[in-house]
Write a protein that binds this ligand. Sequence first.
Ligand code: MN
Length: 258
Amino acid sequence: MKKPLILVTNDDGIAAPGIRALIEVARELGDVLVIAPDKPQSGQGHAITIKLPLRVHPVDIFEGIDAYECSGTPVDCVKFAKYKLLKGRQIDLCVSGINHGGNAAINILYSGTMSAAMEASIEGINSIGFSLLDYSWEADFSAARVYARSLMEKVLSEGLQECKLLNVNIPRLPLEQIRGALICRQAACDYTEEFIEGTDPHGQKYYWLGGEFIEDGAVEGTDVWALKQGYVSIVPSTHDLTSYRGMETLKHLENLSL
Ligand code: MN
């Protein structure tokens, strides 16, 4: 039987331990192609590179795996894989991550990890973004790997029906303390933004975005809530940002006096 083709990418860069963990899982399940940013690209969301050239180089850092580093964003990586490296060869699954740090709630919009997966889903490819709630470079990915493997196996064999994108977050817990996986909706949690002011060594003022993630919107059934309870959260997601409720309630806006 022909092996499935799995595209692996991330936003923390090709040298991140999280992508290595994901590649180790993917290689057990199919043929693997890796293309990832050559430097950290967290927080780049769905950005693409259009005013600068892209540089793409093969890298020999994952034994026996075709891998490339790209000077662009996570979304650039997915586009390049589909249209240049694979020239139309079908991708059976795209996985992104495993991100160093959570991407629950509003973070799906800012996250390069999720945007890479979303880009593949826009192309009709079943896609999963994985994030571990641990920013550390030395984070323990062992529990995340177990859940990633099981979910990838299931998606490869059963597909994802009309939904093409999953936002998966894994709590920072040992495997035996994780209570299972839950299908969730996105929590209505957001940040309190704070620009920290400082002065650089040349005497110039700078601002550095800090702030805090507020978990007040973590009501039952949301991803943030599930993670707090010790579950892996799975949010079936889409790039369609239409408010279907708004389409019903705002019909009167069509009656403009011109
Ligand atoms: Mn990241």
